[in-house]
Design a protein around this ligand. Structure first.
Ligand SMILES: Cc1ncc(COP(=O)(O)O)c(C=O)c1O
Length: 384
């Protein structure tokens, strides 16, 4: 008699790693990922070092933690060693790229109306350098057709800067098609992956992007204060940001104010001392992500997103999401007459969600359960 295959091990209870679930239902990971016990433990470790050893910890511990984080971020997005720079925010990471380009012959920058506004702001702030911003509109408020982006790109385009996952609708953009459209005209492509990395497997080489940024705040579980920018290695020698600092210097401890010699690797895009506590929080968050793996996280979040959409529809709500399930992520917008009030009532019931104009935004992650959706939808429909 054949021996029956052992039953698959039950999934580890990752929910227990996130103490917020002891007193609340957390459904707002696209604003801020929940704090894990592992991130807290790593931050405590950093505080203990600071308390016990002060600056002495730089030399044998903290310096290595920065290098470790650059490497682990790079591995997470399929990037080679040395192609990732640390930054304190996405805006700072974008500014390093925006301040490295020459807009003389190519003054145009293409963005979409659905990208997080801080993307456009980087280049609006450079209007004085002759930068012209081209905004491609969304016909349905959910996504932007790649053909419309392609039509906006021409031989005067320096860079296309857009999202991997649009923050308000959760729709996934066909980044590879946008890269092909940009490269046909000799333009670069920068992708803001703040709503993607963590939620979705990311392979910057397969996507053929020139720049890709993300960070801890949301799906990478590192909290506020730590972000990164990937730059395609062959572009690095030509990148010299017009705002810089000593961490970009290839020999920063020479303390020579007379010459700025930049690192050969992506650290040439960095500026000042990286924030250590967020770096430690992110190392703890990465432990969890790496343990689960990007494919498993996507499998879980996709199932949760479909469950949420199904439950919402069954309750008579009409979620505003991409038509094709494969283009959706775990950011689900539910129309609401007064979203701020609905979010306040959810909060009073111990459910953390968010609002955007005309919608309540719910974003589950691998630590959520279908019961969380049930509780949120019951509360929302009770309000109507
Ligand atoms: C897609 C996206 N990009 C950028 C940002 C802002 O990033 P930062 O505050 O780090 O500049 C957000 C929201 O926080 C976002 O959702």
């Amino acid at each position: 008699m054949p021996v029956a295959a052992p039953a698959p091990a039950p999934p580890r209870d990752y929910r227990a790693e996130f103490p917020i679930f002891r007193h609340a239902i957390y459904l707002n990971s696209c604003s801020l990922g929940a704090l894990s016990a592992r991130s807290r433990a790593r931050v405590t470790e950093c505080l203990d070092l600071w308390e016990a050893r002060g600056a002495a910890a730089w030399y044998d511990t903290w310096w290595a933690a920065l290098a470790e984080l650059r490497s682990r971020y790079a591995r997470w997005i399929g990037a080679p060693e040395g192609s990732v720079a640390l930054h304190p925010s996405i805006s700072a990471a974008l500014a390093a790229v925006a301040g490295s380009l020459d807009y003389g012959r190519r003054p145009r920058v293409v963005v979409t109306s659905l990208d997080f506004p801080t993307v456009a702001y980087q280049w609006l702030a450079r209007a004085g350098e002759g930068v012209e911003l081209v905004i491609v509109e969304s016909p349905d408020g959910i996504s932007v057709p790649v053909e419309a982006i392609a039509r906006a790109i021409d031989d005067h385009t320096a860079i296309v800067a857009t999202s991997h996952v649009w923050y308000a609708t959760g729709a996934i953009q066909d980044v590879r098609a946008v890269a092909d459209a940009a490269h046909r005209h000799g333009a670069l492509l920068l992708v803001d992956g703040y709503q993607a990395a963590g939620q979705l497997p990311v392979d910057v080489r397969a996507l053929d992007v020139d720049f890709y940024c993300s960070g801890g705040l949301k799906w990478m579980l590192g909290g506020a204060g730590v972000a990164f920018m990937y730059a395609r290695p062959d572009l690095l020698p030509g990148l010299a940001p017009r705002a810089s600092g000593w961490f970009a210097h290839r020999d920063q401890f020479r303390f020579d104010p007379r010459s700025l010699e930049l690192h050969d690797d992506a650290r040439r895009l960095e500026a000042g001392t990286p924030p250590l506590l967020p770096v430690y929080a992110q190392l703890g968050g990465l432990d969890l992500l790496e343990e689960l793996g990007d494919v498993e996280i996507r499998r879980r979040t996709m199932a949760l997103a479909e469950d949420l959409i199904e439950q919402a529809r069954a309750a008579g709500l009409r979620p505003r999401v991409a038509a094709a399930p494969g283009s959706r992520t775990a950011i689900v917008m539910l129309p609401s007459a007064d979203p701020a009030a609905a979010v306040r009532r959810l909060a009073a019931a111990g459910i953390v969600a968010d609002s955007r104009p005309g919608h309540v935004r719910i974003s589950p992650y691998f630590y959520n359960l279908p019961d969380d959706h049930r509780a949120a939808i019951e509360q929302l429909t009770r309000d109507q």
